[in-house]
Design a protein around this ligand. Structure first.
Ligand code: 2RA
Length: 331
């Protein structure tokens, strides 16, 4: 299968190539696309060297699927051009996520809604993905009235810029191309992306709006505070979830332990709980610190950790492509 990876040299794009290899996705020809200045440079994929090609050359090759991680503007301009030649696009930017005509997919939750007419498919925001993967089995059992989430997000969410800034500061220097307006080393920033008129950031409203769309329920109340922390291995989230009905804590643990894509790490007597350092380079969503919210009926506290570059971006996108292939929606 001809596969294009658009943004192939970025942090997420290069992870997509790694995940395609690890999961043995049936790539017969790779079309790596990056910025104009990278055209002609070579990358290695599955032991073979591939030259970076232009966007138009990739379109002309009519790949079965094009996996994008190249920013919203690039996706808005080029994804429709791929779709016009019959390519199915899986896009990791926010460009199409809230477009009512496009599907926002987490395979464990709603891949079954996909059809061969879906030619541009949106990959949700990393912080949304890990939260809904953990909440979905509980949502199906108990229904959800309200979610309050606070995040502790890795600098890798800002791409190489974020990682470089932290590294420079830790080495006593200053990044030449900082990702943040403030120092991130020995600090935390209660701002991810720009502020909106309602006082929330774009990142926070992504979590609010994407969660409702993925879970196909606009009545779920969601509020979020998203925070950048000097960590590189993954995003962590403190989630307080009010169900429609009471729950049994042991049953909750069993539901999570048996949920697709979820690993339960909940043994406080032995100091076992999810941490980014342990989630790094894994594809699972790790859940722990489960306890009843004693201040409110039908409400549970959870701690959710996942590698934001993998399940939060690259792996989820590849899993969507796998679903499409396995169900004959792309050939
Ligand atoms: C971040 N979720 O962490 C956003 C985009 N990757 O910066």
């Amino acid at each position: 299968m001809k596969v294009a990876v658009v943004g192939a040299t970025g942090l997420v794009g290069s992870k997509m190539l790694q995940v395609l290899t690890e999961r043995n996705f049936p790539v017969t020809e790779l079309l790596p696309v990056a910025s104009e200045k990278s055209i002609g440079k070579e990358i290695e994929f599955k032991g073979k060297k591939y030259a970076i090609v232009s966007m138009q050359d990739a379109i002309d090759a009519k790949p079965a699927v094009a996996i994008f991680s190249a920013g919203g503007d690039t996706s808005k301009e080029w994804a429709p051009k791929f779709a016009e030649v019959g390519t199915t696009v899986v896009d990791n930017s926010s460009a199409w996520r809230m477009d009512p005509s496009k599907k926002l997919i987490v395979p464990e939750i709603n891949a079954d809604s996909l059809t061969e007419t879906d030619k541009i498919i949106a990959n949700p925001n990393c912080s949304t993905i890990q939260m809904v993967v953990a909440l979905n089995p509980l949502y199906k059992k108990y229904g959800i009235k309200r979610i309050v989430v606070s995040t502790y997000q890795s600098v890798s969410g800002s791409g190489k810029k974020g990682v470089d800034q932290l590294e420079s500061e830790r080495n006593g220097g200053k990044s030449s191309n900082p990702a943040y307006a403030h120092p991130i080393d020995r600090n935390i920033l209660p701002q991810i992306d720009v502020f909106l008129d309602n006082g929330y950031t774009k990142e926070e409203m992504k979590m609010v709006n994407e969660t409702k769309k993925i879970m196909r329920n606009e009545d779920i109340a969601v509020t979020a505070t998203t925070v950048r922390v000097p960590v590189t291995g993954g995003h962590s989230e403190s989630v307080n979830v009010e169900f429609d009905q009471d729950f049994n804590l042991e049953e909750v643990k069993e539901l999570l332990a048996n949920a697709p894509g979820v690993v339960l790490e909940d043994d406080i007597k032995n100091g076992i709980y999810p941490m980014p350092i342990n989630a790094y380079e894994k594809d699972d969503v790790f859940v722990g610190r489960l306890r009843r919210d004693e201040s409110q009926a039908n409400t549970l506290n959870m701690w959710i950790v996942s590698d934001n570059i993998r399940k939060g971006a690259a792996t989820n996108a590849v899993q969507i492509a796998e679903y499409l292939t396995e169900n004959g929606l792309i050939k």
